[in-house]
Design a protein around this ligand. Structure first.
Ligand SMILES: Nc1nc2c(c(=O)[nH]1)N[C@H]1C(S)=C(S)[C@@H](COP(=O)(O)O)O[C@H]1N2
Ligand SMILES: [Mo]
Length: 406
C-alpha cells in the first residue's frame, strides 16, 4: 500500500506510528487530512539514497551524487543521481506493461508485453556509464540556466535487458530509418496530458549497438522506480537524456526525432566554438552525441588529511563516451607535471574504467591532486573549463581534490 493511501485510511494510531510519536490533538483532524509531517517526503528515504546526496530541485526531483559516493566499481542505487524533467509516474502496473514499436520507418507496428520481451529475446548484462549532458554546469561563466550539477551527475550501474536492436528488427526496420525516439509515461509538470516532459532518441547506428538495451534490471534487481521501472532504454556513453526511463513506446523515425528536448537548444552545443556569453542561433547548434573523456577521483574525499611520511593512495574512474580511456595521469603541482596512474580495462565497452595511484607528497602543507584522462583518439581532459556554451553542457575539466599533509 502506498503511504498516501495508508494515511487516508489510517487510524490515528497508525498515523502516530508513521510519525513516530502521538499526534496530540489528533482526534481534531478532519477525516482525510494528511498531517504535514507526512506531506513532505524525505527524498533520501523515498528513493533509498545516501544522506550525503544533494537535492538540487524537488519539483521535479533532481538529486546529485558526490565524488566520494561514487567510489564503488558498480554504482549502487544509493549513490546514483536522479534527473527528472517531469513528474515521477505513480501506479506503475508492470504486469500489464507494454512496449510499442511504431514510427514512419517500422515495417510492422508491434506491441510487446514485458513478459514477451523477457522470453522472446536473448538477455544481456552490461555496465554502462550514464552521464547527464549538464554534469559540471555549475562551473560555467556566464552561468547557464538549469540544474547546477557539479560533478555527481554520472553513474555506472549494471543493466540487464534485451537488445533494442533485436526488438526493432523483430518489428522490422525500413531502409529509410534514420533515428529512434522514445516515449515514456512520466507526466509534464503542467499536467497537460498532451505534453511530454522529454522524448529524445539517437541515430539508428547507436540504437543498433550491442550495448543499447531495453533494460528491466539494474544491479541484478528490478530497476528502482525513480530510475525507470519497469522498462528503461539505456544508451551508455551518450548524454543520459537519451536513456529514457519508464519507456512504453519507441518510434523508428524517417528523420531526426523531433520530440520534446530534441529541438531548439536542448542538449545541443554550438557547432563551432563561441566566445563566453555569445548569442548562438538555433541553426548553429548541433545535437550532442558521444560524451567527452572525463575522470573522477572517488577516494579519498576532498579535504583528506594525510600523516607526514605516508604515501596517499588515490583511486577513481575514467570514461570517454563511445571511446575507451587509454591513460589517466595525476598532478600534485597544479598541472605542471603529470605521472601515470594504474588503469584497468573496462568490464565491457561503455563501462567506466578504474584507476589508482600511490602519490608521494614531499613535505607538510596543502596540495591539490588533479586527474586527467586521455581517450583512444588522443583527446585529453582540459585542465580548466572547456568551451563555453549557452546551456552549460559537456564540462569535462580535470577533477581535483584538496589534501593536507600534517
Ligand atoms: N522518461 C524520462 N526519461 C528520462 C528523463 C526524464 O525526465 N523522463 N530524464 C533524462 C535525463 S536528462 C537524465 S540525465 C537521465 C537521468 O537518469 P537517472 O535519474 O536514472 O540518473 O534520465 C533521462 N531519462
Ligand atoms: Mo540530463
Amino acid at each position: 500500500m502506498k503511504r498516501r493511501d495508508f494515511v487516508k485510511k489510517g487510524t490515528l494510531s497508525s498515523i502516530a506510528a508513521l510519525i513516530g510519536t502521538e499526534v496530540v490533538f489528533g482526534s481534531n483532524m478532519l477525516k482525510g487530512y494528511t498531517p504535514l509531517a507526512l506531506q513532505d517526503p524525505d527524498p533520501f528515504k523515498l528513493f533509498n539514497k545516501h544522506k550525503d546526496m544533494v537535492v538540487l530541485n524537488d519539483k521535479p526531483w533532481n538529486i546529485e551524487s558526490q565524488a566520494h559516493l561514487l567510489d564503488d566499481n558498480i554504482t549502487p542505487n544509493a549513490s546514483m543521481f536522479i534527473r527528472n524533467n517531469g513528474l515521477v509516474p505513480e501506479d506503475i502496473d508492470a504486469k500489464n506493461w507494454t512496449l510499442t514499436i511504431d514510427g514512419e520507418s517500422v515495417k510492422n507496428k508491434k506491441t510487446y508485453t514485458l513478459q514477451e520481451l523477457k522470453s522472446k529475446f536473448e538477455q544481456h548484462t552490461y555496465q554502462l556509464t550514464i552521464e547527464c549532458g549538464g554534469n559540471g554546469r555549475a562551473e560555467f561563466n556566464p552561468p547557464a540556466k538549469g540544474n547546477q550539477w557539479t560533478v555527481g551527475a554520472v553513474h555506472c550501474a549494471s543493466w540487464t535487458g534485451v537488445r533494442l536492436r533485436d526488438v526493432l528488427q523483430d518489428a522490422g526496420i525500413r531502409n529509410n530509418a534514420v533515428y529512434i525516439g522514445f516515449h515514456a509515461v512520466d507526466k509534464h509538470l503542467s499536467l497537460d496530458p498532451n505534453k511530454e516532459p522529454i522524448s529524445r532518441g539517437c541515430p539508428m547506428s547507436k540504437a543498433l549497438q550491442d550495448e543499447t538495451l531495453l533494460a528491466f534490471k539494474m544491479n541484478g534487481k528490478d530497476i528502482p522506480l525513480i530510475h525507470g521501472y519497469p522498462l528503461r532504454l539505456v544508451a551508455g556513453g551518450w548524454p543520459a537524456s537519451v536513456s529514457g526511463k519508464w519507456v512504453n513506446r519507441i518510434s523508428i523515425r524517417n528523420k531526426v526525432h523531433d520530440g520534446t528536448k530534441m529541438t531548439g537548444t536542448a542538449y545541443r552545443v554550438p557547432c563551432e566554438p563561441v566566445a563566453p556569453g555569445a548569442k548562438v542561433k538555433d541553426e548553429d547548434m548541433c545535437i550532442i552525441e558521444s560524451m567527452p573523456v572525463k575522470s573522477l577521483i572517488t577516494y579519498p574525499k576532498s579535504g583528506a588529511i594525510i600523516k607526514k611520511g605516508k604515501s596517499l593512495n588515490i583511486r577513481g574512474h575514467a570514461w570517454a563516451g563511445e571511446l575507451e580511456v587509454t591513460k589517466v595521469e595525476y598532478s600534485i603541482d597544479f598541472g605542471s607535471t603529470w605521472k601515470d596512474c594504474k588503469l584497468e580495462a573496462p568490464a565491457n565497452r561503455l563501462a567506466w574504467q578504474h584507476f589508482s595511484a600511490s602519490v608521494d607528497l614531499p613535505k607538510l602543507g596543502y596540495y591539490e591532486v588533479w586527474a586527467r584522462a586521455t581517450d583512444t583518439k588522443g583527446n585529453a581532459q582540459p585542465m580548466v573549463l572547456p568551451g563555453w556554451n549557452p546551456k552549460g553542457y559537456l564540462n569535462n575539466a580535470c577533477h581535483r581534490i584538496a589534501v593536507k599533509v600534517s
